[in-house]
Design a protein around this ligand. Structure first.
Ligand SMILES: [Zn+2]
Length: 93
């Protein structure tokens, strides 16, 4: 019984914490470009994961296609909130 109560409190704390995070900072770093806004070729990502140093090459800066070069993405919680608000606004007109 005490374990169930503890698990419920932990789940509530995580939910409230994520809600506050979405309220304070609705944008998180882009996962494709790690928040840099620059396009990272897949082979460079693979080399970074392996620990192999990448050759310092002069490369033309290409914006990340996923975040359009902003380096930010809307958090999932904020996306759900925006969707719910849009449904409510459309339904109460
Ligand atoms: Zn990006």
């Amino acid at each position: 019984m005490a374990l169930a109560a503890l698990a419920t409190i932990a789940a509530l704390l995580v939910t409230v914490g994520y809600t506050l995070l979405c309220l304070i900072s609705p944008f998180g770093p882009c996962r494709r470009c790690d928040g840099t806004g620059n396009h990272i070729p897949w082979r460079d990502k693979r080399r970074a994961a392996n620990g192999t140093p990448t050759k310092p090459k002069r490369r033309i800066r290409k914006p990340c296609r996923r975040c359009k070069g902003t380096g930010a993405r809307l958090r999932i919680g904020r996306r759900i909130h925006n969707h719910a608000r849009r449904i409510h606004a459309d339904g109460t007109r």
